[in-house]
Design a protein around this ligand. Structure first.
Ligand SMILES: [Zn+2]
Length: 173
């Protein structure tokens, strides 16, 4: 593992042609949009990306970005540690037209003439990987909704299901 800082801007075409691997740690503050969804900005994200040419000479970016972040538990409203992991399986295309012709097993990544903002790309995938409703797996606080739902379940379990009664009536005929 290298401690070299991650480059902010990259040319994925050149990196793919050379088969370069980019590996390193990024402060969570490098991802300003992601930080707004967290309770603090103390974490780091490990990034490991391999740029390559596949057997069809398609330029690809594969790898992952992962770290532990703190979000607000939606049950007790205390911070909860969330392991966030984004996986990349991208194919670089210069235009929308080219992107449509790429094999479906890749996610297209359109990169025009400009360099690619590495942090923005990683951030987008990390945000998509966050849980929509974060909560402690063993959260001690039960919402009133949760209590009601579970007690309803128990009652339902004791009563015969009206639909299964109907089904057996039909079967008798
Ligand atoms: Zn909780």
């Amino acid at each position: 593992m290298s401690n070299a800082p991650l480059p902010k801007k990259i040319d994925p075409r050149k990196l793919a042609d050379r088969g370069v691997q980019i590996e390193g740690e990024a402060e969570i503050s490098s991802f300003p949009n992601l930080v707004t969804m967290l309770t603090d900005s103390q974490s780091t994200i490990s990034v490991d990306l391999q740029f390559d040419l596949d057997e069809l000479r398609i330029r690809t970016i594969k790898g992952n970005a992962a770290g532990t972040v703190n979000m607000t538990c939606q049950r007790c409203l205390e911070p909860v540690e969330i392991l966030v992991e984004a996986n990349f399986n991208l194919a670089v295309a210069p235009t929308e037209e080219h992107a449509k012709k790429l094999p479906k097993y890749y996610d297209p990544m359109i990169v025009g003439e400009e360099d690619l903002e590495l942090f923005a790309m990683v951030e987008e995938e990390l945000i998509l990987s966050l849980p929509i409703v974060p909560y402690h797996d063993d959260c001690s606080v039960q919402t009133s909704f949760g209590d009601e739902a579970s007690s309803n379940k128990e009652t339902d379990f004791d009563k015969p299901n009206p639909f299964s009664v109907l089904a057996s009536l039909k079967a008798d005929k």
